[in-house]
Ligand binder design. Structure first.
Ligand code: NOJ
Length: 765
């Protein structure tokens, strides 16, 4: 027996520390040899077992799951987040199974874990890569200390349609910004050494183009030109792969008629061959069987065959791989090679996670288990508050209504002002609402006895029975929305009375967190009716109104915007959200967030995104407006453009200067602009670089984000920001799907949002 076989065998039998060190120091080659040796000793049934990813839920008892593991029939699980629960499962796998192959434990760690950070859309609004890195590092460490090895994240689906509830779960509409964030998320979840005890594997999702479901209706089809797909939707997935994501979750939608789950082009040609992905692919929940409903498989057997042949390594919540693969292998419809390819990746993921060397590396010893999983000292409050402050976007601040003074009387109203569960946002199942700081608590913490806060709920988040029914079903055993039994008028009267005694009204309005979630698609993006009625009544008091928005997607807020003196977009801001919002409302932190999505004026403007292609009949200021690309009942411009966000200070931009008016292929030129803080306070802003390809072989977007820099300036301070521009910034996918930079004129635009920009042009020679 050679040394490697021996190593594999012994590692399989007992996990001694000396061997653990050995395994850790092995190279990629020894990893391959270790896995191939192990695979030689596996039966077909054991191999099929590795392909099954099982949800811990009511379907099987813990004992049944452990028995399945002992029989080598499960590769990994998800939805169990407690060390003491996962330990016996790992015991079953490594102490009772024949080959002692460890299982892994996965979970949706999307924006924090025990500590909820702001939802992903909020994180994106920070445009602050260091802050996003912090959120990922904390999430990984908290998840790993709960025995998790893997997350089903980051979700990097670009979305231009806010009707889609999962807009909240992604990083916005822009391929460049989402790609930058995808990289940071993967690098910081996984770290340099994925086997480290405080790191977890990233499974980027949902591959691919899930954010473009037709009509914003979840799980709907995607039918899209290949150039658009390559240019606008695929880059973030690619960035996550390039950053080394260990896993990829395959999307639930079909793409141009072929479900992603059975899409050979997607998983083999694009992901593995073109992009060189070397990790594990997992289906989404139950997606293999859904191939029947997509209408491409006549039964479970055919579904399993299509999925494994196309490249689904692991079947999530598996009912079908375990059942059908034995027969398919026997008949030769699925080859040993198809099976082995999948098994190799799953074992590879476990190897990279360090589980062969020490299957308990994240589970730890029972003696070290936290007495209380939810203990306060397990939370990371300081970074959560620090990050949350950076995600808040000031949309309006008339007559310097904000920051508020810590004096007098504040009427705090609205169904989201004191709703802890909504602070957490969706996909935060490991966080506890009881530990979330609401806005009410945040204001009280900030004020102490310096000022009075009069709180009145004012309205239920919605009275619509259909929406309430939807939210109730979402919650499972949790109460998603607390409904106040008083009549709408009684609640409004109370709020108006509070407003009457106050100097200013702070109104926390928006969506319940469940309204911006998986399967939570909306056709109407208004703030729900009872809250609008409350707003009207508050407006009628004549008191200044600060609108604090809580929502997981752009809402259509034209009326409330017009009626408010100040508007702060706070998304769902996490465990420390209330403190973070108070920091901004009272000026202890100067807001610096910028919108990662366009806010439309109305749902009719959707899809709403700034980087749309040029058209033959655009609306051009100063030109006749008839027979132009427009709606006759609404202007084209959005309510708020991508990249927009105010500060308590003011910034001015100099003219833009280019180091040259021509650029040779292979060379670079510099675009420079001076940014000055012309106000009275220190503040941060985001300088954004956009480029437009004026004439190309295909119609190109009116502008595309290509770089940005967030910088802090003291009052009166001025800094020069310089961006390098080379071929990379000018490339696009042509009709042959080749990335090319075509000679000709390019416009360079730099601004503090995507609309108000300074412009220059140069020619690519
Ligand atoms: C279904 C969702 O689409 C996916 O994003 C998630 O990771 C899985 N469920 C597991 O919870």
């Amino acid at each position: 027996m050679n040394k490697l076989c021996l190593l594999g065998l012994v590692v399989g039998l007992a996990f001694q520390p000396a061997l653990a060190a050995d395994v850790k120091s092995t190279t990629a080659q020894t990893k391959a040899a270790f896995i191939s040796d192990l695979m030689k000793r596996m039966t077909v049934e054991e191999k099929i077992g590795q392909l099954r990813l099982i949800s811990i839920g009511p379907e099987m008892t813990h004992e049944q799951i452990q028995d399945e593991m002992a029989a080598g029939r499960i590769g990994g699980t998800f939805n169990s987040v407690i060390r003491a629960e996962n330990r016996p499962m790992q015991d079953a796998a490594v102490k009772r199974s024949r080959l002692k192959i460890p299982v892994f434990f996965a979970f949706d760690v999307i924006h924090g874990h025990r500590t909820a950070f702001p939802i992903s859309l909020g994180l994106a609004a920070s445009w602050d890569m260091a802050a996003i890195a912090t959120s990922a590092r904390v999430a990984a460490a908290e998840a790993a200390s709960d025995s998790l090895d893997m997350t089903f994240g980051p979700m990097v689906d670009v979305s231009r349609d806010p009707r889609w509830g999962r807009t909240s779960e992604g990083f916005g509409e822009d391929p460049y910004l989402v790609s930058r964030i995808a990289t940071v998320m993967v690098e910081n979840l996984q770290g340099k050494d994925l086997a480290a005890k405080d790191k977890i594997m990233a499974t980027m999702k949902h591959f691919a183009v899930y954010g473009a479901v037709e009509g914003g209706r979840d799980y709907n089809v995607v039918d899209m030109s290949m150039t658009r797909m390559y240019q606008d939707y695929l880059p973030p997935y690619r960035a996550a792969v390039d950053a080394g994501a260990g896993g990829v979750m395959i999307a639930l939608n079909s793409i141009n008629g072929v479900p992603a789950t059975s899409n050979t082009w997607l998983m083999q040609d694009l992901l593995r061959k073109d992009w060189g992905f070397k990790g594990v692919t997992v289906s989404d929940h139950g997606a293999v069987l859904e191939l029947i409903r997509h209408g491409v498989a006549k039964d479970g057997r055919e579904a399993a065959k299509l999925a494994i042949k196309a490249g689904i390594d692991m079947s999530m919540n598996d009912k079908v791989y375990g059942k059908e693969l034995p027969g398919l292998l026997k008949s030769g419809e699925v080859s040993q090679r198809d099976l082995d390819n999948a098994v190799r990746e799953i074992l590879g993921a476990k190897y990279d996670l360090g589980l062969f060397a020490d299957p308990y590396r994240r589970i730890g010893q029972a003696a070290d288990d936290p007495a209380d999983t939810y203990a306060e000292e397990r939370l990371s409050r300081a970074p959560a508050r620090e990050v949350a402050r950076k995600t808040l976007v000031l949309l309006k601040n008339q007559n310097q209504t904000l920051p508020l003074k810590k004096q007098g009387t504040i009427a705090l109203v609205g169904p989201l002002a004191d709703a802890p569960i909504d602070m957490l946002g969706s996909w935060s199942a490991a966080a506890r609402s009881g530990q979330a700081v609401t806005l009410r608590a945040g204001l009280n913490n900030a004020l102490g006895d310096k000022a009075q806060v009069l709180y009145a709920k004012g309205a239920n988040v919605t009275d619509n029975p259909q929406i309430l029914h939807f939210l109730a079903n979402l919650g499972g055993d949790r109460e998603e929305v607390e409904i106040d039994p008083r009549t709408p008028q009684q609640m409004i009267d109370e709020a108006v009375a509070a407003a009457g005694k106050a100097d200013v009204i702070v109104a926390a309005l928006g969506e319940a967190r469940g309204m911006s979630h998986e399967s939570a698609s909306r056709t109407n993006l208004n703030i729900p009716e009872p809250q609008r009625a409350l707003f009207d009544a508050l407006k009628a008091t004549g008191k200044p109104i600060v609108l604090v928005l809580m929502n997981g997607r752009p809402l259509t807020i034209a009326k409330e915007l017009a009626g408010s003196d100040a508007v702060l977009e706070t998304w769902f801001s996490g465990t420390e959200g209330g403190n973070a919002i108070a920091d901004v409302l009272f000026g202890d932190y100067n807001p610096s967030g910028k919108l990662p999505v366009t806010f439309p004026r109305s749902v009719g403007q959707i899809p709403s995104y700034y980087n749309h292609l040029s058209v033959g009949r655009p609306v051009v200021p100063g030109e006749p407006t008839d027979y132009r690309s427009q709606y006759f009942d609404e202007e084209n411009s959005p309510l708020f453009p991508f990249g927009f966000g105010l500060s308590y200070t003011d910034f001015s931009l100099s003219d833009l200067s280019l180091s040259s008016t021509t650029l040779k292929k292979g060379a670079k030129l510099q675009a420079s602009i001076r940014v000055k803080n012309t106000g009275q306070r220190a503040g941060e802003t985001v300088v954004q670089l956009y480029i437009r390809d004026v004439a190309a072989s295909l119609a190109r977007p009116v502008k595309e984000l290509k770089n940005f820099r967030k910088l802090m300036l003291a009052p009166g301070e001025e800094q020069t920001v310089t961006f390098d521009i080379g071929e990379n910034e000018l490339k696009f996918f042509n009709a042959q799907l080749k990335a090319v930079a075509e000679p000709g004129e390019f416009k360079v635009q730099v601004g503090l949002d995507s609309q108000a920009v300074k412009e220059q042009s140069f020619e690519l020679l």
